[in-house]
Structures are given as structure tokens and as C-alpha cells.
Design a protein around this ligand. Structure first.
Ligand code: GAP
Length: 496
């Protein structure tokens, strides 16, 4: 009993500071590296290594498939990052895509006001924290910058660098990156933006897709791609980056039906999250108090990260704001002709500008979510021997490598059998071959990158064509015919 309790304590202690553990693990095992690390890195920009790139691709593919292949009325596009600068004027990003900021006069450090207040709130008891956050939400919703400054000052919130409360006024700061287009690098005419969301690439292609695809409302357009934001407070690993990827879908609907479709997509997206094998207790909805300039309802799906519950996905009822704006600015009618019959008149409904429900999920944040959920430090100590392992318990379909093929020895014809199994399986899923080191060490390395199945080829394989298959999470082993390996792994990676 005491032994078990000690193990439990060790596990709890070891799980403290998990974000730091996950960051170190991601670097050590080739998932995620700081960008330009040999030059001391570039703040809030990250590179995916060999296993991170596979994990990210698997998540992207799963989302893409569930949105497009599984919905007959949703199609996918791939729009360019550069867009005509007027797009961002029309969308409101030039004028409104900004966050309230405050600078500390002594350290010159700039803070996003909500992050400064939230950071301070985290140090308070639960009821005081809730009251402070509620006050902040009200002030943000009212764009009351003087009130926000007063809130910061009366609560004596300090700069983490200077330790003082010597603050500037609260000001807006636009988050879009600008660059110049073409050879001449002067004048406003050449200014283009790195897109801060992928959604606008969908809106400007609404007519193209609707007409060429003969799409009937309701229908959706999905897209995955890079987005860029000059985040002021960019920390917490890949949670808040300056260059990141979004997976967005705009669902075009008849005006007046937005409540029904908003609820539908809230439910559908939550089901998608649960299909990753993550328990419902790790998620919650957060309704927006301060709505973005384009929305009439909005909520976040929040996940319980090691840094607390935070947004991973947004669901927004965007009204007809974007299509109306693009109609105005481009002079093109962004309309849909609905030839369904109106119940009252019995005549075709006719032209209207569709309303839109958007689902927008950060791919990198989803990677961080899946990593946080998978990362497990297990204490395997016995009274005789101290032991532990780090295992990434990914759903099999998301794991970067599905199967490790491990000949027990480098001789006696075992590598040849292992190679034949590799040749059979490689076209169907990602495999990894390794002959070096003791088998236990090899298993642990596969645990650390989340490989769900390891197959060991030994001398018995030569006699009865069976292999030992080892399951990552239970560490259970069983003998199965080598001829069944491929089908077994394939069946497990089809589901979660
Ligand atoms: N088109 C709507 C839109 O862009 P958003 O709430 O600003 O809405 C959607 O962003 C999602 O994009 C967020 O839920 C988050 O997962 C991801 N995201 C936003 N900013 C990010 C950043 N700086 N780094 C990583 N992911 C980010």
C-alpha cells in the first residue's frame, strides 16, 4: 500500500510543470524545435521536426477528411496567403484587428491588457479571480480603455521585469504583418499583408466555388493554411505563435437560420474533439462576451491544457458581414439565387447574401492539445528496481509511426524477415526499422515517440512464422502470425 502511495506521489510530483516537460520532450525526440535555434531562435516561431511534422499532418488530414469527405456539401480550397490589400480593408482587419495594449514606462515592456489582467487574476483566490475577470470582460466589451487602466492601477498590477506599476495609457495595436509587393518598396500602394486568418480566402472565392461546384445552400468551404499575427505577448510554446496554421470552414446558410446552424456546428465540432479519444471533462464551451466586429454569436471550445483551460477552436456566427463588405468594396454582387419555394408566396425565394457560420481551429494548438493529452510519465518502479518511462499515448491514427519492426538480433536471418515485413507494411502506414540496442531500450524509444505497436522477430519466427507484438499503452505482449501484422495494425489505425 505504502509502495503504491509513494508511486502515486512520484507521479503527481513528476507531472508538475508538465508544459516544461512536454517542451523538453518535443525537442529531445524530434517533434518541435525553436525556429532558427542556432541563431538563438526567433520568438514565438517554431519548426516541426520529423515526428512533429507527421503528427501535424495526421491531425490536418483527419480534420480535412471529417470536414470534406464526410460532408457531401463541404468542399475544400487552397487560397494564396497574399491577397489584394482591399480585402483587409473590407474585412475590417485594417481598422479593427488590434488588441488593447499597455506599456510599462520603466521596463518599456508591452503587454496585452487582457493577458496582464488574466496573469494577475491567476494569483488570486477563485471568487476574487472570477470577479476581476468579469470586470475586465465588461470593460473590454465597452472598449473602456480608461476603465481598464484604472483596473490595472487600483489592483496594483506590476510589470514582471521592472516590478513597478508605472503604466502608459491603454492603446490599440494592429496585429497584421505588412510587407511590400513588387520591385518598388515605397508608397502605400505596394503594401500587402500576410493574412491574419484563412477565412478571407474563402469569402473572396464564394462565387467561384458556388458557381463552378453548383453548390446549393447550405454548403461549406473548408481550408487549411498559414496565418500570421504579430502577437505582442507570444509565449506558452506553440499555443500562441506569430506564424501558425488554421483549419477553417465557412458554412453558408439562409439568413434567419443562423441560430440552428450555430448550435449544429457547436455540437458537431465537440463530437470531433471527443472522437480524438479525449474525455469530455477536458473540454468546455466559453461564450464570448465581447463579440468580434463581424459576429452575432461566438464561443470557444476550450481544452484543459497544462496551463489551464484555453481556447483551441472558435465557432462564430459571422452574419452576412464579410460577403456584404466584399460586395461593397469590390462592386461584385456576392449573392446566392435560392430557387427553393418560399412557403408564404409559393414563388422562388430569390437572391440574398448568405449568412455564415464559421468553425476555426488552430492546427498548432491542436497539436499541443494532442501532445498534452498523450504525454504520460509512468512510474514503473518495483521494490527491487527504480524505473519509469515517458510514453506518448496518441490515438493510433494520429501517431507519427504506427509500427516498429525490431529483429531481436542482427544475424541468423532475422533482419531479412524483418525487412520483408517492412516491405509489406511500408506502402500502407509509417513504419520504423531498428536493429541496434537491447530490445527493452528500443521499446522505450518507441514509447517516447508514441508508436502504438512494436513487432519483434526472433528465432521462433523462423520456426512457426509468429512474432511478438507489443502494445504501447499496456506494454502487454502476445504472439501472432507474422501474416496478420499488417491487417491488425491497419484495423487499429482506422478507428481511434
Ligand atoms: N477566422 C476566425 C479566426 O481567425 P480566431 O479565434 O482569431 O478566429 C481561430 O482564431 C483559432 O486560431 C484559435 O482558436 C486558435 O486555435 C488559432 N490561433 C489564433 N491565434 C493563434 C496564434 N497566435 N497561435 C496559434 N494559434 C492561434
Amino acid at each position: 500500500m505504502l509502495y503504491r502511495f509513494t508511486n502515486y506521489l512520484c507521479a503527481v510530483m513528476a507531472n508538475e510543470n508538465t508544459l516544461q516537460n512536454i517542451i523538453s520532450h518535443c525537442k529531445e525526440y524530434g517533434f518541435i524545435f525553436q525556429s532558427s535555434e542556432i541563431y538563438d531562435g526567433l520568438s514565438a516561431v517554431y519548426d516541426y521536426g520529423q515526428y512533429g511534422a507527421e503528427l501535424k499532418k495526421n491531425i490536418r488530414d483527419y480534420w480535412w477528411k471529417s470536414m470534406t469527405q464526410m460532408h457531401e456539401n463541404i468542399v475544400g480550397i487552397d487560397a494564396a496567403i497574399f491577397m489584394h490589400p482591399t480585402v483587409w480593408k473590407a474585412s475590417g482587419h485594417v481598422d479593427n484587428f488590434s488588441d488593447p495594449m499597455i506599456d510599462n514606462k520603466d521596463s518599456q515592456k508591452r503587454y496585452r491588457v487582457d493577458h496582464l489582467i488574466e496573469g494577475f487574476a491567476d494569483t488570486l483566490e477563485a471568487d476574487k479571480k472570477d470577479a476581476l475577470l468579469a470586470q475586465m470582460d465588461t470593460l473590454l466589451a465597452a472598449n473602456d480603455f480608461d476603465g481598464l487602466k484604472l483596473l490595472i492601477e487600483t489592483n496594483k498590477m506590476k510589470c514582471s521585469i521592472s516590478g513597478t506599476c508605472n503604466w502608459t495609457d491603454v492603446r490599440q495595436f494592429n496585429l497584421m504583418f505588412k510587407t511590400e509587393f513588387g520591385a518598388v518598396a515605397d508608397g502605400e500602394d505596394n503594401t500587402v499583408y500576410l493574412r491574419p486568418e484563412t477565412a478571407q480566402g474563402i469569402f473572396v472565392n464564394f462565387l467561384n466555388v458556388q458557381k463552378t461546384g453548383r453548390m446549393k445552400i447550405p454548403f461549406g468551404i473548408a481550408q487549411v493554411g498559414k496565418a500570421f499575427r504579430n502577437e505582442i505577448v507570444a509565449r506558452q510554446f506553440i499555443f500562441r505563435m506569430r506564424e501558425f496554421e488554421q483549419m477553417e470552414m465557412q458554412y453558408f446558410i439562409k439568413p434567419g437560420t443562423q441560430k440552428q446552424w450555430y448550435d449544429y456546428w457547436k455540437e458537431t465540432r465537440m463530437k470531433w474533439h471527443l472522437s480524438l479519444g479525449i474525455p469530455a471533462s477536458k473540454y468546455r464551451f466559453h461564450d464570448h462576451v465581447k463579440l468580434a466586429h463581424y459576429a452575432d454569436a461566438a464561443c470557444d471550445i476550450e481544452f484543459d491544457f497544462p496551463i489551464g483551460f484555453k481556447e483551441v477552436e472558435g465557432i462564430h456566427s459571422r452574419t452576412d458581414f464579410d460577403l456584404t463588405q466584399h460586395s461593397k468594396f469590390s462592386g461584385k454582387k456576392m449573392q446566392y439565387f435560392d430557387n427553393d419555394l418560399d412557403e408564404a408566396t409559393g414563388k422562388p425565394i430569390g437572391n440574398y447574401i448568405p449568412y455564415v457560420i464559421e468553425t476555426s481551429i488552430g492546427l498548432d494548438r491542436t497539436v499541443m492539445m494532442v501532445l498534452s493529452e498523450a504525454y504520460t510519465l509512468e512510474d514503473l518502479s518495483t521494490p527491487e528496481k527504480k524505473d519509469d518511462r515517458v510514453v506518448l499515448k496518441f490515438p493510433a491514427m494520429l501517431a507519427p509511426i504506427k509500427l516498429a519492426v525490431l529483429p531481436l538480433l542482427k544475424k541468423d536471418g532475422l533482419p531479412e524477415i524483418a525487412r520483408a515485413l517492412m516491405t509489406e507494411c511500408k506502402p500502407h502506414f509509417n513504419c520504423f526499422y531498428e536493429e541496434k540496442d537491447a530490445i527493452g531500450k528500443r521499446y522505450r524509444r518507441q514509447d517516447a515517440i508514441g508508436t502504438p505497436f512494436c513487432v519483434t522477430i526472433d528465432h521462433q519466427t523462423k520456426e512457426d512464422q509468429t512474432v511478438t507484438i507489443r502494445y504501447r499503452d499496456s506494454m502487454q505482449q502476445e504472439r501472432i502470425p507474422i501474416a496478420q501484422v499488417r491487417a491488425l495494425v491497419q484495423s487499429k489505425i482506422m478507428g481511434v
